[in-house]
Unconditional design. Structure first.
Length: 170
């Protein structure tokens, strides 16, 4: 996992931060893997958009213990940015089987999003609107309270790591 000093400082100062090639992912994250995770674990799946059939965006909740690398991501970011533990802190997977555009929204937690499959644009509505393209291994940090929307350019899977607690270093 690669973060330089400038990126660390941007995140500590609650600035949207994009990191190209944050992590080298050797595992193939595909819909067969999602199916296997669903079969082997008790998990909850939410439909985020109710368009119908398989055009929706889905959220697999609380997956931090499903794969070793998820726990590593969670622990690394929690320790690096000194988050106070909160019962809602967790990793969720978001996936869609087709291209999809989400609605603009604001999260109440800090989120670190890691691309696992496909290409996703995160449009951030801040002082100026900006698009960030996330692919496998890339990461974006979006601080709580920043409006953004998701544009999936093709079938996609992302890991969303959310921290609800405050940071002890700031």
């Amino acid at each position: 996992m690669l973060l330089n000093k400038e990126q660390i400082n941007l995140i500590k100062n609650n600035k949207v931060t994009f990191i190209k090639n944050f992590v080298l992912l050797t595992r193939e994250y595909d819909f067969n893997l999602l199916s296997k995770l669903m079969e082997e674990n008790e998990c909850k799946i939410n439909q985020k958009l109710l368009i119908g059939n398989l055009k929706d965006v889905f959220q697999m909740l609380k997956v931090s213990n499903f794969l070793q690398e998820f726990k590593v991501f969670f622990d690394f970011l929690s320790k690096m940015f000194k988050y106070e533990r909160h019962e809602k802190d967790e990793i969720d997977l978001f996936f869609s089987l087709v291209s999809q555009v989400g609605t603009p929204h604001v999260d109440i937690e800090d989120v670190f999003i890691i691309g696992l499959k496909g290409t996703t644009i995160y449009r951030v509505f801040d002082i100026e609107n900006k698009d960030y393209t996330i692919e496998k291994g890339d990461m974006i940090f979006i601080p709580r309270g920043i409006k953004h929307k998701v544009i999936g350019l093709n079938p996609r899977i992302v890991a969303s790591i959310g921290y609800f607690g405050k940071r002890l270093d700031g």
